[in-house]
Design a protein around this ligand. Sequence first.
Ligand SMILES: Cc1cc2nc3c(=O)[nH]c(=O)nc-3n(C[C@H](O)[C@H](O)[C@H](O)COP(=O)(O)OP(=O)(O)OC[C@H]3O[C@@H](n4cnc5c(N)ncnc54)[C@H](O)[C@@H]3O)c2cc1C
Length: 332
Amino acid sequence: MDYQVEIEGGARFVAAPSEDSVLRAALRAGIAFPHECSVGGCGACRYELIEGEVEDLWPDAPGLSERDRRRGKRLACQTRLLGAAKLRVRCDDAYLPAVPPTRITCVLSDRRMLTHDMAALTFESSQPVSFLPGQYALLELPAVRGLRAYSMSNVADGSRTLQFIVRRTRGGAGSGLLVDKLALGSGIMIDGPYGHAYLREAVERPLVCVAGGSGLAPMLSIATRAASLGKTADFFFGGRSVDDLCAQPLLAMLPGFATRLRLHEVISGADASGWTGATGWVHEAVERSVSNDPRAYEYYFAGPPAMIEALQELLMLRLQVPFEQIHFDRFV
Ligand SMILES: Cc1cc2nc3c(=O)[nH]c(=O)nc-3n(C[C@H](O)[C@H](O)[C@H](O)COP(=O)(O)OP(=O)(O)OC[C@H]3O[C@@H](n4cnc5c(N)ncnc54)[C@H](O)[C@@H]3O)c2cc1C
């Protein structure tokens, strides 16, 4: 029997009993449930359970502080409905799914290394895929606890292909499997799309795309679509050493490369031997580039939390760029 779910003072929805988290069940039902990372790291989907019962999928998830736990808060992305429920959460139309998320079976058809620790993976889905440039999906990986978020690096062009760029993290269960072990031909479940840092096609401002490490994936998707629309973009890619740089051959294939689409690669680590390009933090290169008129651009960025915080501080606080011109994903 389906579960009736009520948001206090607001929407109601019906959820079929499933492995779905509260968050995914709500988004599938078209509810504007607040969220960001969907994997327990950010805390944006906190809610209170007023009536009913839920299962806690990851009791120690870092998205909840001790104070949150004492106050009875839960994470919608890490709880599962066990029956009818009433929830307290402030929904906001900004969180309405741009494309309704669905679960599809996909088969790994290709993998190639881009650098010493980043691989490009191609999956073929059982049905045509639909997502906006910059969005991400949740991957269910064999013998890996919990879901992993990875951003699509291609664009949805009516085909069944989903491409990802995954960076192997130290001791990482999901990334280690994807980069080194998952055999070609293996089938996995992919759920998506999710995320709000997608390309705003109707906005005419030139783009600034900033990628740190594997943040390259969503920025490549955005740049690909922007290039096909004839938009102008400055694309910043930050790595620790020359060995991390891999954006050039991927972007060089796009129309307008080096004229409308300009690549700026920046190395932050001490080992810059033989490198004649920019060094330092990638947000410093962005600042040098936009300082004449920072409000003239639409900003997209993805990567590690430290890079995201530096860019937020630069754009929102110091350069006073309006919030609606800034779109980002934090890879927690
Ligand atoms: C929106 C978003 C987009 C991302 N896009 C990319 C991308 O395009 N490319 C890329 O390389 N990385 C991306 N990441 C990071 C990626 O999701 C992983 O965090 C990273 O690959 C490390 O995962 P791991 O399994 O290797 O490491 P691990 O250390 O094994 O796992 C860390 C991740 O697993 C989750 N997790 C850990 N334990 C549990 C548990 N018990 N239950 C449930 N969940 C658990 C955590 O939320 C954390 O995200 C993205 C992250 C986010 C939030």
